[in-house]
Design a protein around this ligand. Structure first.
Ligand code: ADP
Ligand code: MG
Length: 261
């Protein structure tokens, strides 16, 4: 059974897409079967894996044109990808009239649960209907937080959205963890923000911190995860460490659950 992880923060530019692409690729290198569903109309995850942003069928066609989800999967040299497309931007309005509009993505991804170990959903920078669909489809939420001023801004809205979803739409959802991104160890600001985030989320911040690293910002223009673009960069090493931490955490959780059965 796949574990579905939504990468959410309604702020733009905090490292959602960078985390999605490179964490997914790093987990695949650890031998996990990975599907990445790009759910942002900007389609940066799609192009980050070297997939054409104008490709059809894409996730919009699956959700609103009734295309079989298996037909939308693109096999890349890294992970399997369901591409996004700018047409998804108009989907929110079209979805309003759909039956069970919060569950359109869940219904599509549930069919793929046996084929993968992890399914990642890269979300747009909002808490609107697209993100709501991602929260209904997900088992857990991974929240990238940029080590900059106002890092915590908006996180209480995000947490209360998750609580509402848990109460009314998806009782199994929980927080996978908070991941500190674009950390610059030379500045006091990064250190202060990291401490503040850890105080707010005790025990829920990943020990692995993603440094600011130019290789991470260059890799997408080559259509590759950083592990393929520059495997010895600090960015690649950090996402590999994050993948190991996440995999270990999950094997521990599963073992604990199995023991309690
Ligand atoms: P989001 O998906 O949250 O909008 P992105 O992952 O697209 O954020 O990141 C925003 C910008 O910052 C992109 O240009 C990306 O290449 C860059 N970036 C993200 N993480 C890092 C990092 N750790 N070091 C350097 N640049 C980064
Ligand atoms: Mg993004």
């Amino acid at each position: 059974m796949a574990k579905t992880i939504a990468i959410v923060n309604q702020k733009g530019g905090v490292g959602k897409t960078t985390t999605c692409v490179n964490l997914a690729a790093a987990l695949q290198k650890l031998g996990q079967r990975i599907l990445v569903c790009d759910f942002d109309p900007q389609a940066n995850t799609t192009s980050g894996f070297g997939v054409d942003k104008t490709l059809s069928p894409n996730i919009y066609d699956v959700l609103l044109n009734g295309v079989d989800v298996t037909k939308s999967i693109v096999k890349t040299p890294f992970v399997d990808v369901i591409p996004s497309n700018k047409s998804l931007a108009g989907a929110t309005v079209e979805m309003i009239t759909a039956d069970h509009r919060e569950y359109l993505l869940k219904n599509a991804l549930d069919q793929l649960a046996d084929s993968y170990d992890y399914i990642f959903i890269d979300c747009p920078p909002s808490l609107e209907l697209l993100t709501l669909n991602a929260l209904c489809a997900a088992d857990t939420v991974l929240v990238p937080v940029q080590c900059e001023y106002y890092a915590l801004e908006g996180l209480s809205d995000l947490l209360s959205t998750i609580r509402i979803v848990k109460r009314s739409l998806n009782p199994r959802i929980s927080l996978e963890g908070v991941i500190l991104t674009m950390y610059d160890g030379r500045t006091n600001l990064s250190m202060q923000v990291a401490e503040e985030v850890k105080r707010h989320f005790p025990g829920q911040v990943f020990a692995t911190v993603i440094p600011r690293n130019v290789r991470l910002s260059e890799a997408p223009s080559f259509g590759k995860p950083v592990q393929a673009y520059d495997p010895y960069s600090r960015g690649a090493e950090a996402y590999t460490a994050l993948a190991e931490e996440l995999a270990e955490h999950n094997s521990y959780t599963i073992t604990r659950e199995e023991r309690s059965e």
